[in-house]
Design a protein around this ligand. Structure first.
Ligand SMILES: [Ca+2]
Length: 257
């Protein structure tokens, strides 16, 4: 058994553990909490406690988080976009960059595309770019916000043939037509010319990866406009600062008891 006083929770914590695990983890601590004293007591199989010993440690600093503050759109034209899954009856890909929020791109819903491929959009930047952070954004198809794209894979290529391992992004939830929603920013490797976007889920709960191997066009997605932007400013957030406030408030509250 390991026990310690958690200055963030402001109470004593007991950590049990199964003998076969050999270790226990004290989680949810922060570097700003300072040195934490841990009391360790071992028990026999009949429940008899040993004499306790103490040890101390300081938590690692909680990782800094960043949110984007500003971005600059990279001009896109229709000849820079391609897809492996154009729906033949509606929604041509040119609609993604025409500035009209009332029309849209629609990927194949007839089920004519290779059943083992996610539907995609590939952006050709025409030249290799320097390493930088970018975000993708889209406007939902009018009246169809509910089955708009939620999660996607993004991968990078210098030649359009060999692709990086994909990263996963999640787009903000569309609330109304015509309003841009973004994913998190991502790092684009130096030399990238092609960026491939592959939606993997929709806000109606459809997991598009689970539909691979099936036909019928259920793996479709749609968007009214698509934007690619370069991230220019960031907001840093240090979670330790918020934790420090909690600890100070706990100390004040304890002093008045
Ligand atoms: Ca459009």
């Amino acid at each position: 058994m390991v026990s310690y006083f958690d200055p963030i929770l402001n109470h004593k914590v007991l950590l049990g553990g199964k003998p076969e695990q050999g270790s226990v983890v004290a989680s949810g601590l922060a570097e700003c909490a300072g040195t934490i004293d841990f009391t360790v007591t071992s028990y026999s199989s009949t429940g008899d406690a040993s004499a306790s010993m103490t040890t101390s440690a300081v938590s690692r600093h909680m990782a800094m988080t960043y949110t984007t503050k500003a971005w600059k759109d990279i001009p896109l034209s229709a000849d820079q976009l391609s897809t492996n899954a154009q729906e033949e009856s509606e929604g041509p890909i040119e609609n993604l960059t025409d500035g009209d929020l009332g029309n849209y791109f629609h990927s194949d819903w007839h089920g004519w595309v290779d059943v083992n491929q996610l539907h995609n959009i590939i952006i050709d930047l025409k030249n290799g770019v320097t390493a930088q952070d970018m975000i993708l954004g889209y406007a939902p198809r009018p009246g169809k916000e509910g089955d708009s794209v939620k999660d996607a894979r993004v991968s990078f290529s210098k030649d359009g043939n060999s692709w990086s391992a994909p990263i996963s992004v999640t787009f903000d939830m569309p609330k109304e037509s015509g309003v841009r929603v973004n994913c998190e920013y991502f790092s684009v490797p130096a030399g990238t010319r092609y960026i491939r976007l592959e939606p993997t889920s929709r806000y109606d709960g459809t997991d598009l990866i689970s539909l691979l191997g099936t036909g019928g066009g259920d793996r479709y997605f749609h968007m009214a406009e698509l934007w690619l932007s370069q991230v220019t400013e960031y907001n840093e957030h240090d979670p330790e600062i918020a934790i420090m406030e909690i600890i100070e408030n706990n100390k004040k509250a304890n002093a008045t008891k």
